[in-house]
Design a protein around this ligand. Structure first.
Ligand code: HEM
Length: 530
């Protein structure tokens, strides 16, 4: 058949194909253009293999597990969670799927429990099953030789009992130096350091060092200088471990086979380097402690722990208290006790800077109650309800552990009609309670008065749970509350805190890492005349 050649090449090509009854994918007339038929057999095979791989590895929700967003191959729900503000994402998911939902990080299911009723049901009514910590491969790599926070079973039970007893004894009972004295001593160093700054400064690192010194005094019977490189490196390693946890942990859940590949694709080799810093610090304090252990005032929790090791050896049970668990236990208490409390104080300072009238009102109260500028005492607490309410509001509006520490179940559990399979990570969404508008009206507004009744006395609703609840609840809550009161009161008593001239006011937006912390900001602390 003849063709008129006045059409465009494309039109004439299509006509040629139709007229010859050829397939739409015929390529005879268009050597330069891509068509499916241009693929060779090898490429087809590769494509088929890829499609088969995606179908086979396509994650499906196990029957009856809590609902959640649609899954993507390999990465699960990561796209639904990716956000600069992950806590807001968690709130949206609660609105969509209810108080108990499940998200997949790669192939691993994580169940998130939201709202006071569901959290209470899990941690109090069914506390035994929900009081475990995860023991996935990644957790076992990260928290090899756990001491207390990531321990399970008998090891955890015995260490929790021991820690409660030791903190109580070193807090109030038989030691001559009460916890209040220890904190006030450290605060005098902290306040002097602030006085030495002539211009704007970032208070967060100084606060972490100072709070860590309080716990170091309780554990080892000594404090460190703020510029001690070994001490500083030890505390910085907590943040470095948190970063590694969030990147490598997610990668390992999505692509577990990366671990078997040559090279260190997951960056886990860095872990040894990060772990070396607290190890070096602990080695130094342990050897210092041994050299002065005859002095009763430096015994600390470490001295008591050494006695437990001896007792375990004598009774033929060295598996719970030994040198390895001692290092882990001391390291975990040091980091759990520093980062959280310090971050909480930084948030309170931030909100005080943003609310200068509140700052003035608090200063007037403090000046009324604490005569002659003496250091505050814990006995002043009941006379300063607005200071207490400000601290509670800081703990509420910016919870430093908004998803608590991960929990887990070690057997299949039926919860509210859903299956939570054994070894699932369970996140307790404390943030969902502390920001619940049905419990705390206008939850994003900083309003300490919400914790005061009409007589001006403290009135705290039962739903206030920044330290979590149940068997795993924070072990250092009373110590943290003492530190918060003494530190915030001393700061207000001694300084007026403001934003430096020509600097933007600090942002209320936080960053979620190991703790939920504010972005870096600088402040000016103007000494108050006494
Ligand atoms: C403002 C300060 C603090 C806050 C908001 C806070 C909050 C929390 C939270 C939410 C948990 C997880 C509870 C759970 O898993 O359900 C926790 C656990 C823990 N906290 Fe704190 N904490 C603070 C200060 C401290 C201090 C000063 C210590 C030091 C002694 C400490 C020691 C611990 C320990 C050892 C655990 C693990 C308990 C266990 O697994 O049995 N915390 N904390």
């Amino acid at each position: 058949m003849a063709h008129r050649c006045i059409d465009s090449p494309e039109v004439s090509r299509r006509r040629v194909c139709r007229e010859h009854g050829a397939s739409r994918f015929s390529t005879t007339a268009m050597p330069m253009e891509w068509t499916w038929a241009s693929l060779n057999a090898g490429t087809y095979l590769l494509l088929c293999f890829l499609i088969l791989f995606i179908i086979l590895t396509y994650p499906r929700r196990r029957k009856n597990v809590p609902p959640g967003p649609a899954l993507f191959p390999l990465i699960g729900n990561l796209p639904s969670l990716a956000s600069r503000q992950p806590l807001e994402k968690f709130s949206q998911l609660r609105k969509q799927y209810g108080d108990v939902y499940g998200v997949y990080i790669g192939k691993d299911l994580t169940v998130v429990i939201n709202g006071y009723d569901a959290i209470h049901e899990a941690l109090i009514k069914r506390g035994k099953v929900f009081s475990m910590r995860p023991r996935s491969e990644f957790h076992q790599i990260m928290f090899k030789d756990p001491g207390i926070v990531f321990a399970n079973g008998r090891l955890w039970k015995e260490h929790r009992k021991f820690a409660q007893m030791a903190l109580n004894e070193f807090g109030y009972e038989w030691t001559e130096r009460t916890m209040e004295d220890r904190i006030n001593d450290e605060l005098s160093h902290f306040l002097n350091k602030i006085r030495s700054y002539s211009g704007p400064f970032d208070v967060s690192e100084l606060l972490t060092l100072s709070v860590a010194n309080v716990i170091s005094g309780i554990l080892f019977g000594r404090r460190c200088e703020y510029d001690d490189p070994c001490f500083v490196a030890c505390l910085n390693s907590v943040g470095e471990a948190a970063k590694l946890f969030s990147t490598s942990g997610v990668l390992m859940s999505c692509f577990p086979w990366l671990r078997q590949m040559p090279g260190d694709l997951l960056g886990l080799n860095k872990l040894d380097e990060i772990r070396r810093k607290p190890k070096d610090f602990l080695k130094f304090v342990f050897s210092w402690h041994s050299s002065v252990s005859a002095r009763p005032e430096v015994q600390g929790v470490l001295g008591m722990y050494k006695q437990e090791i001896e007792a375990g050896r004598r009774n033929g049970h060295p598996e719970v208290f030994n040198e390895t668990t001692m290092r882990a236990f001391m390291g975990e208490l040091l980091s759990a006790g520093s980062e959280t409390t310090a971050t909480c104080i930084v948030w309170i300072v931030l909100y005080l800077i943003l609310n200068p009238e509140l700052q003035q009102k608090l200063q007037a109260h403090i000046d009324d109650v604490i005569e002659n500028g003496r250091p505050p005492s814990l006995a002043d607490r009941k006379h300063l309800p607005l200071v207490e309410a400000t601290i509670l509001e800081g703990l509420r509006i910016a919870p430093v552990a908004p998803l608590s520490v991960p929990h887990s179940v070690h057997e299949d559990v039926n919860f509210r009609g859903f299956l939570i399979p054994a070894e699932t990570t369970v996140l307790i969404n404390i943030h969902s309670v502390l920001k619940d508008p049905c419990i705390f009206e206008d939850p994003d507004v900083f309003r300490p008065e919400r914790f005061l009744n009409s007589d001006g006395n403290l009135d705290v609703p039962k739903e206030f749970l920044p330290f979590s609840i149940g068997r795993r609840s924070c072990l250092g809550e009373s110590l943290a509350r003492m530190e918060l009161f003494l530190c915030v009161t001393s700061l207000l008593q001694n300084f007026t805190m403001t934003t430096p001239e020509n600097e933007p006011t600090p942002s209320r937006e936080g960053v979620l890492g190991m703790t939920f912390c504010p972005g870096h900001f600088k402040m000016v602390a103007k000494p108050r005349s006494k």
